[in-house]
Design a protein around this ligand. Structure first.
Ligand code: ABU
Length: 519
C-alpha cells in the first residue's frame, strides 16, 4: 500500500461514526504498522537509496577538498529551506530522499580536510561502518542478555585502553562524552571517601574541595555544580605560561583549603588542555596527591590518544599513577562521536557500588548466565548507547601501529604548520605548541609593524572574528578562535584529521592571507 493511499484511508476512517471506528480499529490491530507497511523490498530500496546519498554527498563530497566544508545560511532562510514543520500526513519516498540530501547539504562536513574547528575531525570508514552497524542493531549496552557482543567488546576495548595507561587490571565504562566521564570521576572519588553520601546525601558531608588548574575543561565546574558540591568547592590552581598546572601552587591551595575548614578529596589534572593543548606535569601532581591522600583524576579526553605513540607518550608520564582517566577516542583517533572512556584503576567494583540500584526488571540475580556481565548498573543512565564497536572495528583495521602513525603524523603536520608560519609575514604564534593545537594571530597588512601602537591588541582581536565570518560564508574552511586570559582573539588550528596532508596546511595559510589581504 502506498503511503498517500494509506494516509487517505486513515483519514477516511477518522470520519466514521465512533462505533464503526472502534470495529475498524480492532481490525487494524491485525496489521503491522511498521514503516513501508513491512514491505521488505520497499525497505531495501529506501535504504539503498539513502546509503547512495550518504556515500556520494556526506562521504565522497563531504571529504573532498574541492567541495565546500559548509554551506552557510542565516537561520530563518535555513528553516525555510529545510521545511522543518512536521505535518499529519506522511511524504513520498522521493520527498524523503530529497530531505536526506538537504540535511547533508546544509550540514557542516566535519570530515573535510579544511575543518580545523574542533578537537575532532576526519571520517574513518571503518569507524563509520561500526556506527552504521550500531545504529542498525539499536540495542542498549546495559545487559549481556540484549547486547552480548557489545558487553564483551566493551570489556576488551577498555582493557586495551587501560593497558596503554599502564594498568594490568581495573574497571571502566564508555560515557556520553568527556564532561560526563569527568563528572563520574568526581562522584566516584567522593563516594570512595564518603560511601554514606549515596544514601544520606549531601547532609553527611563536610565542605569538600577539589583542585584543578585554570586551564581545565569547564566540565569540572559544571560537575561540581551538578553533583551538589557547588562551584565554590573548585579551587583553581595556577598554570604556567604554557598552560600547565603549577604543582607548588596546588600544594599551596590544598593548605589554604584545609586552613579554611574544607576537606580536599580530588585533583583533576589535564592532558591536552582545550585551547593551548598543554599537558600537566603528572608525576609532580601525583606526588602531591600521594602526600595528601587525594584521588588523582586525569582528564585526558583530548590528549589520551597520544599514549599510542612511542615518540610522544612521554607527555603523559605519570598517568599510571592516576585513580581515574577520561579519554575520548572520538577526538584525536577519529572514532566518531561519541566515544569517551572513563578508566579506573579500581578493582573493588567501585563503579557498581557507587551507582548501582539493582532494578529487578533488568538485573535479575537468578539469570542463567554470569550476571557480572550486566554492566548497566555501573552507570547512572539506564539506556546506554553502544560506543565500543566503532573504535574496535577501526582498531582491528588499523592495528595499534596504524593508529600510532596517525598520532605521529598529526604532530608532524602541526610542526609543519608552525614552521611554514614562521616563513611568512603576518602570522604570530601565541606560543610554540606542545601538541597539535596551533594557536596564532593573523596580523593583517594594516597592522604589520604597528605592535607598539596603543590600540594594536584591541584591533588585532577584531581580526579573527572577521576572517571566521568570511571563511564560513565562503565555505572554504573552518578554524576556531577565542580570547584567552589577557590575550585577545586568536585562532586555534586543530591538526587532527588523519586525511590531512601538507597541501591542506598550505591551503590554510594561503586562504588566511587571501581572506585577510584587505584588512
Ligand atoms: N570538550 C572540548 C571540546 C571543544 C572543542 O572541540 O574545541
Amino acid at each position: 500500500m502506498s503511503i498517500p493511499l494509506k494516509s487517505f484511508l486513515l483519514s477516511y476512517l477518522c470520519a466514521l461514526p465512533l462505533a464503526l471506528l472502534s470495529r475498524k480499529i480492532l481490525m487494524a490491530d491485525s496489521e503491522a504498522l511498521s514503516s513501508l507497511a513491512g514491505d521488505p523490498m520497499a525497505v531495501e530500496a529506501l535504504l539503498q537509496a539513502v546509503f547512495g546519498i550518504v556515500v556520494d554527498e556526506a562521504i565522497q563530497k563531504g571529504t573532498s577538498a574541492s567541495e565546500k566544508v559548509c554551506e552557510w545560511k542565516e537561520p530563518e532562510e535555513l528553516k525555510q529551506l529545510l521545511d522543518l514543520e512536521l505535518r499529519s500526513q506522511g511524504e513520498s519516498q522521493e520527498q524523503i530522499l530529497e530531505r536526506c540530501r538537504a540535511v547533508i547539504h546544509y550540514s557542516v562536513k566535519t570530515g573535510h580536510p579544511r575543518f580545523f574547528n574542533q578537537l575532532f575531525s576526519g571520517l574513518d570508514p571503518h569507524a563509520l561502518a561500526g556506527r552504521i552497524i550500531t545504529e542498525s542493531l539499536n540495542t542498549s549496552q546495559y545487559t549481556y542478555e540484549i547486547a552480548p557482543v557489545f558487553v564483551l567488546m566493551e570489556e576488551e576495548v577498555l582493557r586495551k585502553l587501560r593497558a596503554l595507561v599502564g594498568w594490568s587490571s581495573g574497571d571502566g565504562i564508555f560515557c556520553p562524552g568527556g564532561s560526563i566521564s569527568n563528572m563520574y570521576a568526581v562522584n566516584l572519588a567522593r563516594y570512595q571517601r564518603y560511601p554514606d553520601c549515596k544514601q544520606r546525601g549531601l547532609r553527611t558531608l563536610p565542605p569538600l574541595a577539589l583542585f584543578t588548574s585554570k586551564e581545565c575543561h569547564y566540565s569540572i565546574q559544571k560537575g561540581a555544580a551538578f553533583l551538589g558540591l557547588g562551584t565554590d568547592s573548585v579551587r583553581v590552581v595556577k598554570a604556567d605560561e604554557r598552560g600547565r598546572m603549577v604543582p607548588e601552587d596546588l600544594e599551596r591551595q590544598i593548605s589554604m583549603a584545609e586552613a579554611e575548614g574544607a576537606v580536599p578529596f580530588l585533583v583533576s589534572a589535564t592532558c591536552g588542555t582545550t585551547v593551548l593543548g598543554a599537558f600537566d606535569p603528572l608525576e609532580a601532581i601525583a606526588d602531591v596527591c600521594q602526600r595528601h591522600g587525594l584521588w588523582l583524576h586525569v582528564d585526558a579526553a583530548w590528549g589520551g590518544s597520544v599514549l599510542l605513540s612511542q615518540t610522544h607518550r612521554h607527555l603523559l608520564d605519570g598517568i599510571q599513577r592516576a585513580d581515574s582517566v577520561a579519554w575520548n577516542p572520538h577526538k584525536l583517533l577519529a572514532a566518531g562521536l561519541q566515544c569517551s572512556a572513563l578508566l579506573l584503576q579500581d578493582t573493588s567494583n567501585l563503579l557498581k557500588r557507587c551507582h548501582g540500584s539493582q532494578a529487578s526488571y533488568l538485573f535479575q540475580q537468578d539469570k542463567f548466565y554470569d550476571v557480572e556481565l550486566d554492566t548497566g548498573d555501573k552507570v547512572v543512565q539506564c539506556g546506554r548507547r553502544v560506543d565500543c564497536l566503532k573504535l574496535w572495528l577501526m582498531w582491528k583495521a588499523q592495528g595499534s601501529q596504524g593508529l600510532e602513525r596517525r598520532i605521529d603524523q598529526a604532530f608532524a603536520l602541526a610542526r609543519y604548520l608552525v614552521e611554514e608560519m614562521k616563513k611568512r609575514e603576518g602570522f604570530e604564534l601565541v606560543m610554540e605548541p606542545e601538541f597539535v593545537n596551533v594557536c596564532f594571530w593573523f596580523v593583517p597588512p594594516s597592522l604589520r609593524g604597528k605592535q607598539d601602537s596603543p590600540d594594536y591588541h584591541k584591533r588585532l582581536s577584531t581580526v579573527a572574528p572577521v576572517l571566521k565570518e568570511r571563511m564560513v560564508k565562503e565555505g572554504s574552511m573552518m578554524i576556531g578562535y577565542q580570547p584567552h586570559g589577557t590575550r585577545g582573539n586568536f585562532f586555534r588550528v586543530v591538526v587532527a584529521n588523519p586525511a590531512l596532508t601538507r597541501a591542506d596546511i598550505d591551503f590554510l595559510l594561503n586562504e588566511l592571507e587571501r581572506l585577510g589581504q584587505d584588512l
